[in-house]
Design a protein around this ligand. Sequence first.
Ligand SMILES: Cc1cc2nc3c(=O)[nH]c(=O)nc-3n(C[C@H](O)[C@H](O)[C@H](O)COP(=O)(O)O)c2cc1C
Length: 323
Amino acid sequence: MKIGKLSLRNNVLLAPMAGITDLVFRLLVREFGCALGFTEMISANGLVRGTEKSYRYLETTPNDKPLGVQIFGSDPDVLSEAARIVTDRGADLVDINMGCPVKKVLKTGAGGALMKEPAKVAVILQRLREATPLPLTVKIRSGWNHDEISALNIARIAQDCGVDAVILHPRTVNQGFGGRADWSLIASVKKCLNISVVGSGDIRSPEDARRMLDETGCDGVMVGRGVLGNPWIIKNIVYYLKGKNVLLPPTLREREGIIKQHLNMSVDFLGAGVGVRNFRKHMSWYTKGLKGGSRFREMVGKADEKESVLDAVHRYFQSINEK
Ligand SMILES: Cc1cc2nc3c(=O)[nH]c(=O)nc-3n(C[C@H](O)[C@H](O)[C@H](O)COP(=O)(O)O)c2cc1C
């Protein structure tokens, strides 16, 4: 799959997720073969003002490639300056967020609020197109609400402005993450564009990925919540799309190995305290549904030394392996 001049190794992409898709998580998921990783949404204002937190999201390494950097904002000047900044700082692709449903973001006219502002979108995208030579994508929703479905209009505007791909999460902004994603809208958008279209929403298995590609004709699939505690899904999807059988779920030993690797990476990159604290949510996802998982999580949730967490993980997996 190609996005502008960027050739991807396959068409399985990791979705941007705030608080989750940091450098550590991206590096881990890349080991399972995802073709493109994204930062979480980064405030264009924050970048232009030089806010340390915003720059931290840009942290990357040579094996964190290709990297899509997602920015959000509503002011064309600020957004284009931010695009220049991320272009100079190692992005391989710039994406603009037009789907975030969080009130704090909507209030500023950014994220999903842009789905109501086609004229403003055109100005923003023209300016962004001039600001960066990198592949440029937009990540959009269906529209503001069910009475205002604007995805087709916004997608056409994006293509006219020289955007290289449209990523569509077909829920309305009002819908948040509730209900089901309306994949038929991905098909409609694909039908009326010449540029690549990537579908996002409700892919939880290799079969889902195949079905989205078949039903909508989209060029690539983006996986978000399905990866949480389950990075293996990426490898399984890539295999399945090549016509191979679905791989088996990971063995307990493999799961234990990835948990330990992920925790070690987290501490290496973020330091002892933050590395362990930041890992707790992943631990919950990795052990969800496992025998005695909730008791284990309760116990391990109190530990803040890496060594004691590793030890507890080892003992827990030994105990369930023996049963
Ligand atoms: C915790 C969380 C954070 C997210 N953060 C972002 C974000 O920063 N930028 C963005 O464009 N989408 C964000 N999304 C939306 C996802 O990228 C994706 O479009 C959506 O979750 C639907 O796909 P899924 O069903 O595979 O999760 C987020 C979703 C979740 C669950």
